[in-house]
Design a binder for this molecule. Sequence first.
Ligand code: AMP
Length: 502
Amino acid sequence: MINVLERIEFFASKDCDRLVFKSVSGNLSYGQLWESSEVLAARIGALEAEGILKRGEPIAVYGHKEPEMIVSFIACARMGHPYCPLDRSMPESRIKDILSEIGTPVMIRCEDGEAKLYCVTESKSHKNTSDMGKQRVFDEDIMYIIFTSGSTGKPKGVEITRDNLGNFLEWMTGVATDINEKEGKVFLNQAPYSFDLSVMDTYTALASGGTIVSLDKKVLVNPAKTMEFLRSEKPEYWISTPSFVDMILAEKDFTQEKFPDIHVFYFCGERLTKSTAEKLLNAFPDAKVINTYGPTESTVAISQVEIRREHIAGEDELPVGQVKPGTTVFIGMENGYIATAGEDGKVGEILIEGNTVAKGYFRAPEKTDTAFEKISGGRRYHTGDLGYFKGGLLYCIGRTDLQVKVHGYRMELGDIEANILSMKEVEAVCVVPKRSDGKIRSLTGFVVAPTMEGSFGDGKKVKAHLKALLPEYMVPKKIKFIDNMPMTSNGKVDRKKLEEEA
Ligand code: AMP
């Protein structure tokens, strides 16, 4: 298991001037990260001594892509306090909700080149005796609390322990290339720190002595500016959502010739389509395209596979890969049968057990009990994702909560999407229900197809294609052509927004 604090300390002493983080807000070296986090940790210790903060209480860390964010995370970790990252792009009401949910007395705001400590509630704890000298951090301690996006239901704070993170990194640092090959390399960070995809780039880089180049929101909303950033920062390991790379793939210069440094693309967080993978393999013939899968509740990702042309040519959607060591996936079928990895083609809910399954949801024992089934020796997380195994690989084909009933027929939106995507003209698709009075009345398919005009006739063409593949009731009533898929601030397709426009 990797101890990320030890790794940072190691690189800080080995090569203290090596850059660990770069963004438009500033740069940070390993030496500075270790020293500044020590200074901030001492200030956190002083708040404990004053009785403002109790041992192990969470600390909210607010900001965006400032180097102080990383300093704050590491300072909290050094003092055994879970941190809860809040991104500046989150709506104020959401931030308030999260703050009241975690009830933290202390918040760190990263702004104006500083990590400022604020007390957010009145002191309610008694005076502590300072014990800075003793071991403060234990493996079962919570490292961070990341709130789920809330795209389905109210956001829940997922508690990830140091053990969970260490186990994830033990595997992740060896995915695509080994950990030694990653040392000193440049890792792209696209995701905001409030989204756990950021753990994949940031902690993999920290554990392997790499440099994180972090895309600020101001830059990433503009493809031309993003291209400029990529040209100057030259990332070697690309980590993003598929929707984000789709946006960049629309730029004609995004090729291996222009970006010879990028040699691995890692994706997570949503479906990687064949069209995206194919475009990437054409534009970057020597790069590896890695699809990874997992929920926040099992520390970012639990499976991975290098996507090759034979996967694209195959009849299934792209696989999400081989399950990592230390984790076991089962398929919970509707009839109650629990299938294992050896049973090909049995479709059901993806259930995850193993050493990266979170402790639970912060201060929400009921929700924890519902999603994290207690089993002997651990917990089994019910993902709500639908999947199956085939030839030793896991496939994720949608969500149980994207199963909808229209006029009494039950169907899987992901299934309709996959069939629309099989049209060669279609680059991206999202099918959403159109509701009135809380009832689903029909379906609308939003389609990105740059070579089509988006005329009535084109809509009919899409429907005719679907009719040949699916029962009539699964064909969306309306097909709407759009230029780009709207993205959430996490860089995933914004289904809620599309539902409003359905
Ligand atoms: P989050 O907890 O926000 O990271 O979202 C996790 C969810 O994203 C999973 O439960 C899946 O529904 C979806 N997801 C993540 N990775 C993939 C993938 N490679 N393919 C399809 N869906 C994915």
